[in-house]
Ligand binder design. Sequence first.
Ligand code: ADP
Ligand code: MG
Length: 212
Amino acid sequence: MSLGITWAVAWIRQSAQVVSEHRVELITLDREIGDGDHGENMERGFSAVLTKLDDLPSEATPGDALKLVATTLISTVGGAAGPLYGTAYLKAAAAIGSAPELDGAAIVALLTAARDGIVLRGKAEVGDKTMVDAWTPAVDAAAAAQAAGASESEILAAAADAAEAGAVSTEPLVAHKGRASYLGERAIGHRDPGAQSTAYILRAAADTAAEA
Ligand code: ADP
Ligand code: MG
C-alpha cells in the first residue's frame, strides 16, 4: 500500500511526539560531547511545525508537508542540526515532487535525497560520528529492502532498524565534524545526539507507515 498525505502528516506528528519524549535524553547526549542543546533545538523546531500543520491545504501532497517541515526547522532550530535537517527535508520534498502517493521507490528516493542533502550541507562521511552514521545505513537498508520486494512499511522498518544500529555505532568513534570534533578522544564512548534523533525520526516513519 502506497503512502500519501495522511501518512506524511502522521509521521511529522509522531516525530514531534518522539522528539519531545526524548528531549532530556538528547540533551544529555549533547551535553556529553557538545553543548547540550540538541533536545531543546529539536523540540522547539517540531513544536513550531505542529502549529503550522493545520494550515496545510486539504489537497496538499507529502512533498508539501515535508517542505513545511524544512522551512520551519530552518527558521526555528538553529545550531548545526537546523540547517542540516532543514536541507534533508527540503531535498526529500524535491525528490518526491508533487506525487500524491509514495511507493517503495519513492520512499527510497525520499530517504536518499535527505541523506544527500545532509552530506552536501555538512560534508560529513560515515565514521565521522554525526547523523550521517544513522542516515547512510538507513538509506542502504531501505534500498536493499525495496530491491527485495518489501512493502513501503517494511522498507521504512528496515531503514529505522539500520538507523538505530548506526546511532549505536557512533559510540566508539572520534568525531571529525561538529562540536564533538573539538573533544578528540574524549568523545569516545558517547553516542552522537544527531544520529540518535535521526533514529527516532525514522522509527516514527516506520511506525506510522505500519499503522497506515
Ligand atoms: P550544535 O552542534 O550547533 O549545538 P545540535 O546540538 O542541535 O547543534 O546538533 C548536533 C548534531 O548535529 C550532532 O550530534 C551531529 O549529528 C550533527 N552534526 C554536526 N555537524 C555535522 C556535519 N558537519 N554533518 C552532519 N551532521 C552534523
Ligand atoms: Mg548542540
